[in-house]
Design a protein around this ligand. Structure first.
Ligand code: HGY
Ligand code: MN
Ligand code: MN
Ligand code: MN
Length: 405
C-alpha cells in the first residue's frame, strides 16, 4: 500500500470555518438538527465537496452526500462520514472532524490522481445528536430504512414537528423511500471522531482504534400529580410530581455509579415541569433518561431496578406515570479486518494506538446494522465534549495525517 499526506492546515482551517456557523461565545457552537444554521453548514460543506469535484446531493432526510466515482462503479460504496449537527451547547470538533477529515482524505486522493476501486461517499448525516427531537442517528438510520413509526411527529420544545422542520429545510418526507440504500450497496463504513473521553490523553496517544460503541437506552418519563397552593396543602396529601421525580433522578445516578469499574453511565439531561411557579405544587414533570453500557445485560438490569424505583416513587407521591422509549440499541463492535488495517498502518507511521470503546454513540452505530464499520478516535483535551471548551485535533497531533490507498 502507498500513502499520501493530508493537508492538516487545510483541514484545521475548514473545521474553524465551519465552527463560525452557529457560533456561541468564542469557541461554542449551536447547530440544531434541520435548523437554519444546520442548513447553512450543509451548504458550506456541499460547496467544499463540489470544489474538489465530488458529485453532491442533499437527500430528503437532510443528509449531505458527496460521491467520488470509483474504477468499478457497480461495486458497493465505501462510505465515510459523521455529522455536522451539534448539541445546543457544543464544541467545534464533535462530528465535524469526521466529515471534514473524510473530505480532506478524498481531496488528497484526487490531488494525487488516485481513483478508488469502489466509489466512495462522504456522508454528513442529519440529526445525529438527537437533541431537538429526542432521538438521534436520524439521517444515518433514514438511508437504511430503519426509521420507526411516529418519527416525523416528534416535536421540539417549540412544538414544531420533525416533518415541518424537514419541509422548512427543503426536504420532502414523502420521498424518503427514494433516498434509501439497499443494504448490499454499502461495503463498509468508516468514521473519524473525537474521543470525547480521557483515555488517549492519559496515554499520550494522538489516536485510538475503537473496539465498540456502548448501547444507548433513551427513555422519557412523564409524572402527573396535582397542582395546589404550596402554603395550604399539607404534606401528607400532596401529589408533588417534582418530589417524585427527584427520587428517580438520584436513583439513576446511584445505580449507574454503583460499580465504578464498569462502563455504565446514567444521565438525566433534560427536565421540564409545569406550572413552574414558586408557590404551586408541581403538577407535571417530564424528564429524559440516558442509560448506556457496553454490557447490554448489565444495562437492562439497571433499567429494571430503575422502573421499580419509579413505581415506588409514584405510589408514595400518589402520581400517575408514563415511560416512552426513544432509543434502545445493543452495543455494536468494530470488525477485525478493519481494525487490523488501522493497526498495521498506524504502526507503519510509528504510532501505537490503544483500542478503546466508545461511550458516546455515533452514526457508525446505525451503519453497523447493515455493514462492517471501523472508527478512529482523535484525542480530546481534558475529556471535554458537548461543551464549548471541547478541544481536539491541534495541527501538531496530525502532521503525518495520511490517506492510505
Ligand atoms: O449522545 C451521544 O453519544 C452522541 O454524541 N450523539
Ligand atoms: Mn458526535
Ligand atoms: Mn455528540
Ligand atoms: Mn457520530
Amino acid at each position: 500500500m502507498w500513502f499520501f499526506t493530508i493537508n492538516g492546515e487545510r483541514l484545521y482551517s475548514r473545521i474553524m470555518e465551519l465552527a463560525k456557523i452557529g457560533q456561541i461565545g468564542k469557541t461554542g457552537v449551536r447547530r440544531l438538527a434541520h435548523s437554519p444554521e444546520d442548513k447553512e453548514a450543509v451548504l458550506l460543506v456541499k460547496r467544499w465537496m463540489e470544489e474538489i469535484g465530488l458529485k453532491t446531493r442533499i437527500d430528503h432526510f437532510g443528509n449531505l452526500i458527496g460521491r467520488l466515482g470509483g474504477a468499478h462503479s457497480d461495486l458497493p460504496v465505501l462510505m465515510v462520514g459523521s455529522h455536522i449537527d451539534t448539541q445546543p451547547y457544543a464544541g467545534r470538533f464533535d462530528g465535524t472532524v469526521g466529515v471534514l477529515g473524510a473530505l480532506e482524505a478524498l481531496q488528497t486522493m484526487i490531488e494525487n490522481n488516485v481513483v478508488p476501486v469502489m466509489s466512495m461517499e462522504v456522508g454528513a448525516f442529519s440529526d445525529e445528536e438527537g437533541n431537538r427531537f429526542h432521538k438521534g442517528l436520524f439521517g444515518s438510520s433514514g438511508i437504511l430504512g430503519l426509521l420507526e413509526d411516529g418519527e416525523l411527529d416528534r416535536q421540539d420544545k417549540e412544538g414544531m414537528t420533525r416533518r415541518d422542520a424537514l419541509i422548512e429545510f427543503g426536504c420532502d418526507p414523502g420521498k424518503f423511500p427514494e433516498c434509501e440504500y439497499r443494504h448490499d450497496q454499502i461495503h463498509a463504513f468508516l468514521e473519524l471522531h473525537i474521543e470525547q473521553g480521557p483515555v488517549l490523553e492519559s496515554k499520550g496517544e494522538p489516536i485510538g482504534i475503537v473496539s465498540g460503541i456502548s448501547g444507548p437506552l433513551w427513555l422519557t418519563v412523564e409524572l402527573n400529580g396535582f397542582a395546589g397552593d404550596s402554603g395550604s396543602v399539607s404534606m401528607g396529601i400532596r401529589q408533588d410530581a417534582l418530589a417524585g421525580a427527584a427520587k428517580i433522578i438520584t436513583a439513576l445516578n446511584d445505580l449507574a455509579s454503583e460499580d465504578p469499574e464498569t462502563s455504565t453511565v446514567g444521565t438525566v439531561g433534560s427536565l421540564r415541569f409545569f406550572p413552574n411557579s414558586r408557590n404551586i405544587i408541581p403538577e407535571k414533570v417530564s424528564f429524559t433518561i440516558d442509560l448506556r453500557d457496553i454490557d447490554e445485560e448489565r444495562r437492562n438490569a439497571i433499567e429494571t431496578r430503575l422502573v421499580e424505583v419509579i413505581k415506588e416513587s409514584v405510589k408514595k407521591h400518589q402520581l400517575t406515570y408514563d415511560i416512552s422509549e426513544d432509543i434502545r440499541s445493543e452495543p455494536r463492535y468494530c470488525v477485525d479486518w478493519i481494525k487490523q488495517i488501522m493497526r498495521e498502518e498506524s504502526e507503519d507511521m510509528g504510532l501505537n494506538p490503544p483500542e478503546l470503546m466508545s461511550g458516546a454513540f455515533h452514526d457508525a452505530l446505525a451503519m453497523s446494522t447493515v455493514c462492517d464499520y471501523g472508527m478512529i478516535f482523535v484525542r480530546s483535551k481534558d475529556e471535554v465534549s458537548h461543551n464549548p471548551k471541547e478541544y481536539s485535533f491541534p495541527r501538531r497531533y496530525f502532521p503525518w495525517g495520511r490517506v492510505i490507498v
